[in-house]
Design a protein around this ligand. Structure first.
Ligand SMILES: [Zn+2]
Length: 351
């Protein structure tokens, strides 16, 4: 049977605090709040943030694949590349998805971000004006909408939800999760811990303590039954994982977020501006996230799913340096991503 949608699990760990603001209101103790799941109230990184940044990172990566004599000016004059051999446009050491995909000859950095000329036709039809080109791998994977042609992107990004959240305890840092989260992320097939509201499931070693504090909450321990395969969470130790009741996890996460207080600087004096003190909250460093990318094998589409996967995989490293969300110039937002081919649903063919 032909499969049309392949699903790839995505794991991420925050190497900086992550701030994805709501751009909204002052609620409670912080001025600048972050995006949360409306039902669980647990903070998350929305799929729209992942999609927008990844589009930009892939467009950047593709720009790096052009021959060095293909100057910035040349790149912006996309008409000139028409009829030139792809081998004369792309470097021979660039990845296959860049140097062999015919539509990439029209690629520019403007294929990322929002289209500044959506009312133009796609490049080559009537004009060579800028905006999304409508041909390159970036436009195909993330979609485009031009005057005469629109295409839905071939990749769909889920939100990145919290998988393991670091909390300070008197025994050191532990990473909390809940059975519902483990179930949703495919780590367990069923709930077996039977946790009551006041108990937490800890490693054998930690269970020697009758009570353990998670931040300011002191909770009774019991030994954890669930065994976890943490091969996708490099560096996380199974004995540091604590399963807390589903009913408590949002409360524990929200009371252990990083809260920073900053002050605006008055440019005239170089000192703190009066009345300009503000606070913001962020998801702390060392939080683990999980999500999913669905890749669409659209009938008749010339782009192979293997190349979509490779293009995503080759450009994800920009999250480690450029980051995501707000305050990236102030040490926020860097993530380490891991895209996997394991546990794929609805797929016969593995990469
Ligand atoms: Zn394009």
């Amino acid at each position: 049977m032909e499969t049309y949608v392949n699903s790839y699990p995505l794991f991420a760990t925050a190497t900086d605090p992550v701030y994805i603001g709501t751009g909204g209101y002052t609620i409670g103790r912080v001025d600048n709040t972050i995006v949360r799941d409306p039902i669980t109230r647990i903070p998350k990184i929305p799929g729209s943030s992942i999609c927008g940044t990844w589009r930009y990172f892939m467009a950047l990566h593709l720009q790096g694949c052009f021959q060095e004599n293909d100057t910035v000016h040349y790149r912006s004059e996309r008409e000139i590349r028409k009829g030139v051999n792809l081998t004369d446009i792309f470097r021979s050491d660039s990845p296959e998805w860049a140097r062999t995909f015919e539509g990439n000859r029209y690629a520019a950095v403007k294929c990322a971000g929002s289209d500044d000329l959506p009312n133009e036709s796609i490049i080559g039809m009537k004009s060579f004006k800028s905006g999304h080109c409508g041909h390159c791998i970036v436009c195909k994977i993330f979609g485009f909408s031009k005057q005469d042609r629109s295409e839905q992107g071939l990749a769909a990004f889920s939100d990145l939800n919290i998988l393991f959240f670091p909390v300070y305890t008197r025994l050191g840092t532990r990473w909390i999760t809940s059975e519902q989260i483990l179930l949703d992320s495919g780590f367990i097939a069923e709930k077996t811990e039977s946790l009551t509201n006041e108990k937490i499931a800890v490693s054998e070693q930690d269970s020697r303590e009758k009570f353990l504090n998670l931040g300011w909450l002191n909770l009774e321990t019991q030994q954890r039954e669930t065994s976890l395969d943490l091969s996708n969470c490099n560096g996380l130790d199974d004995k540091d994982v604590i399963i807390v009741p589903d009913s408590l996890i949002a409360q524990i996460i929200n009371s252990n977020l990083e809260v920073r207080t900053s002050v605006a600087i008055d440019p005239n004096t170089g000192a703190a501006k009066k009345g300009a003190l503000f606070t913001l909250e962020a998801i702390p460093r060392a939080t683990w996230f999980y999500g999913k990318i669905n890749l669409f094998n659209r009938p008749g589409n010339e782009l192979e799913i293997e190349n979509i996967y490779k293009a995503l995989n080759d450009s994800k490293h920009y999250y480690e340096t450029l980051g995501i969300g707000g305050m990236t110039t102030r040490g926020f937002g860097r993530l380490k991503m891991k895209l996997t081919t394991e546990n794929t649903e609805s797929t016969e063919k593995k990469l």
